[in-house]
Design a protein around this ligand. Sequence first.
Ligand code: SAM
Ligand code: DTB
Ligand code: SF4
Length: 351
Amino acid sequence: MSMTPPEAAIIRTDWTREEIAALFDLPLTELLFRAAQTHRAHHAADEVQLCTLLSIKTGGCPEDCGYCSQSAHADSGVEATKLMDVRAVLQSAAQAKDAGSQRFCMGAAWRNPKDRDMPKIVEIVQGVRAMGMETCMTLGMLSPEQAEQLAEAGLDYYNHNVDTGPEYYDRVITTRNYQDRLDTLAHVRNSGINVCSGGIVGMGETRADRVGFVHTLATLERHPESVPVNALVPVKGTPLGDMLADTPMAKIDDIEFVRTVAVARICMPKSMVRLSAGRESMSDATQALCFMAGANSIFTGDKLLTAPNAGDDSDAALFARLGLKPMESEEPMRAEKACAGACAPESIPAE
Ligand code: SAM
Ligand code: DTB
Ligand code: SF4
């Protein structure tokens, strides 16, 4: 029988920074216990969603995101390519489906899509959907009209990360601001496409910045349906990759990463919390802690967009070792696309 306490089941969008900071400060045993309770109130705790990534347009991006191998400002050795042909994208999607992936996520190294790119993008969305996979795209900033176009094409999710807390943002990126990100998220939300938004841990930010990061997402009018939590993959030739190479002690502590996952789970109970980039360099034990902390989605395959990922074989071994299984059902929030009431802020009873 479920012994879930009522607060684990409640969805709130009125979190304060103080409350979030207090969660981070909990003894790890208590924090994991509370995150696990929240996880079980809304999800099957032994199921993990499998998503596959494909870079449909790589490199040469005009933005200066300090972590990114695809920025034209970086000297990472990543070659710029043109937007892939529709047929080649559909071939990759078919392979991902055969490998058991539920969702196909496509990324383009753009500041924003040009209107002339949209017909091809629409064709790709329609083609992947016709294969029976969920579609996700991450193409940079969108206008309200472009978001509508993608919604009409049937796009299921749009990924656009806030990346970090508002105070640290301009230390990481200078070619756009935090509000630009929030505006695109609003256009995506208004178009009816599900929102995927998260960030990166380990960019030299403080605990307070991580609190601010979770606070931004957890106080959106409606929580993102997916929340990717990436650990910085240090890439040589990028400002943040080089910073980590020079100051190895700046690398994020595994337990602090796990805490961030747990706090995201508690603050956004229904969202899919995705253990994203950086998994390749995590031990099985750290990943296990992340799953106990409520992570319930991963990227599969041996490549992310440009960075290596834990491959299918090591994931199969990890799942067998931990007794986890791929999620088969549709993720819980999709069925509630039109819900307003169930997502309205409520308050947690005092402890
Ligand atoms: N250009 C689009 C944009 O920025 O929205 C889409 C692609 S971008 C690569 C998607 C996300 O990947 C970024 O927002 C960032 O959070 C994450 N990312 C990129 N490089 C990373 C790295 N080296 N380590 C961890 N996460 C990374
Ligand atoms: C997200 O938050 N993580 C994924 C997805 N959204 C597009 C991308 C991670 C990229 C890691 C670095 C690379 O592959 O270049
Ligand atoms: Fe461009 Fe996206 Fe990389 Fe930033 S994260 S440089 S916007 S591809």
